[in-house]
Design a protein around this ligand. Structure first.
Ligand SMILES: [Fe+2]
Ligand SMILES: [Fe+2]
Length: 352
C-alpha cells in the first residue's frame, strides 16, 4: 500500500525499494522505518512510498504509478544517444513498449515526477513525459499497438534537435533575441536530419514526421513549414498538444509553471485554431490535473493531499488535509477550490 511520507510512522515496513532523484537506491524493501529513515526520505524529497499493510489510513491508498526506474532508464538512453554512443534507434522502441505496457496495465501517470530532475536534464524528462502523454491520447483515440509505438517513439524523440543547440540559449532566463529565437526554431529540422543520418531503417516515417512537425499549428502559424489543418499528420498534432501542456505546466528558468487548470482551459479554447479539435478533446479527457498523491494549496489556506480523482470534475477531487487527516470531497465543498499544486520548494519546506 502506498502512503505519502507525511503519514509514515516508525515501525512500518517498506514493501518496495525507494529510489532517489538519480535512480540510486535509498532504502531497500523490507526495511523497518525509524524516525531517522522517515526524515531522510523527506529530506530526499520522496513523496510516496510503499509500505506493508494494514495501515491505519485506508483512504490514503495511492494508486501504482509509472516506475521511476523506467523513466530514468529511458532518459539515460536519450542522453547517451545524443552523446553519440552506439545506441540503435530500436532501443527507443523497447522503452516505448515498456512505458506502454505500464500504462495499459493501469498504472497512473504522476506529472510531478518531472520536478525530481535538475533543469539541465529538462529536455530528457520533458521528452519522456510528452511520450507518455501522447500514448495516453493515442489510446483514447483508439490507436492499435503498431501506431501507438510509432507515435510514442516520435514523441520521445521530438525535441532531439534541441540537444544540438547551446544550453545557455535554451535555458536563458531573460528574453531571447530574434537571432536566438530563430536558432531555437531550427530544432525540428535538425532533429529530423539527425535521426535521418542515424536511421538504420528502424524508425517509422510517421515517427520522423513528429520530430519535424510538432511545432506546426492548425491555423498555419507554426514552424518550420507553416503547414495548415490536415496537412499536419495526427501523430504530430497529438505530440504538439502534449508538448504544450507539459512545457506550460512545468517550471522553467525563464518562467514559473502555469497552474494545470489554466492550461487545460487554454487548450480547451484552442481547438481548431491552434490544434485539431478532436485531438484536444481526446487529450483533455486523459489529462489528470491533480493525480492521486499531489500535494495542493486550497483557497482556505490549508495544505492537502489528493486521495482520489474525480473524472467528471477533474478540478474537484477528494483531498485529505495535512496534518489533521480530515477528508474533504471538493465536489461537495463548493466554497473551497484548489489554488495550485505545491511548488517543489513548498513541498521541501513541508517535508522538513
Ligand atoms: Fe520542440
Ligand atoms: Fe518539446
Amino acid at each position: 500500500m502506498k502512503l505519502p511520507t507525511t503519514h509514515l510512522s516508525p515501525g512500518m515496513k517498506l514493501a518496495k525499494p525507494v529510489y532517489g532523484n538519480c535512480g540510486e537506491l535509498l532504502l531497500n524493501r523490507g526495511v523497518v522505518l525509524t524516525e531517522q529513515y522517515i526524515k531522510a526520505l523527506r529530506r530526499n524529497n520522496v513523496l510516496v512510498v510503499d509500505v506493508e499493510g494494514p495501515v491505519p489510513y485506508d483512504e490514503m491508498e495511492v494508486k501504482e504509478e509509472l516506475s521511476v526506474q523506467l523513466r530514468i532508464e529511458t532518459m539515460r538512453k536519450l542522453y547517451s544517444f545524443t552523446k553519440k554512443a552506439d545506441i540503435p534507434l530500436s532501443a527507443f522502441m523497447e522503452s516505448v513498449e515498456a512505458l506502454l505496457e505500464e500504462i495499459i496495465s493501469g498504472k497512473t501517470v504522476v506529472d510531478y515526477l518531472v520536478d525530481l530532475c535538475s533543469s539541465d536534464l529538462y529536455t530528457f524528462t520533458h521528452s519522456v513525459d510528452v511520450c507518455v502523454l501522447s500514448l495516453l491520447c493515442g489510446i483514447k483515440l483508439g490507436y492499435n499497438q503498431k501506431n501507438l509505438l510509432a507515435l510514442g517513439v516520435g514523441a520521445l524523440l521530438h525535441d532531439l534537435g534541441k540537444t544540438l543547440i547551446d544550453p545557455a540559449i535554451l535555458n536563458k532566463p531573460g528574453k531571447l533575441t530574434q537571432e536566438e529565437f530563430e536558432l531555437i526554431m531550427t530544432h525540428p529540422l535538425r532533429g529530423w536530419k539527425l535521426v535521418g543520418e542515424k536511421n538504420e531503417g528502424g524508425l517509422h516515417p510517421r515517427s520522423k514526421n513528429v520530430i519535424l512537425n510538432h511545432h506546426e499549428r492548425y491555423d498555419g502559424s507554426g514552424y518550420p513549414r507553416k503547414l495548415k489543418g490536415h496537412q499536419i499528420d495526427q501523430f504530430s498534432a497529438i505530440c504538439a498538444v502534449a508538448d504544450v501542456y507539459n512545457a506550460m505546466t512545468t517550471d522553467r528558468v525563464y518562467r514559473k509553471a502555469c497552474p494545470p487548470p489554466e492550461v487545460y482551459e487554454m487548450l480547451l479554447c484552442s481547438g481548431n485554431v491552434k490544434f485539431e479539435k478532436n485531438v484536444v478533446k481526446a487529450f483533455l479527457s486523459c489529462v489528470k490535473p491533480y493525480p492521486v498523491g499531489t500535494l495542493v494549496k486550497l483557497s482556505n489556506g490549508k495544505i492537502a493531499c489528493v486521495i482520489s480523482e474525480n473524472p467528471s470534475l477533474p478540478f474537484r477531487p477528494k483531498v485529505q488535509l495535512l496534518p489533521s487527516g480530515k477528508i474533504l470531497d471538493l465536489e461537495r465543498e463548493l466554497s473551497i477550490v484548489i489554488k495550485a499544486p505545491l511548488s517543489p520548494e513548498e513541498r521541501r519546506d513541508l517535508l522538513s
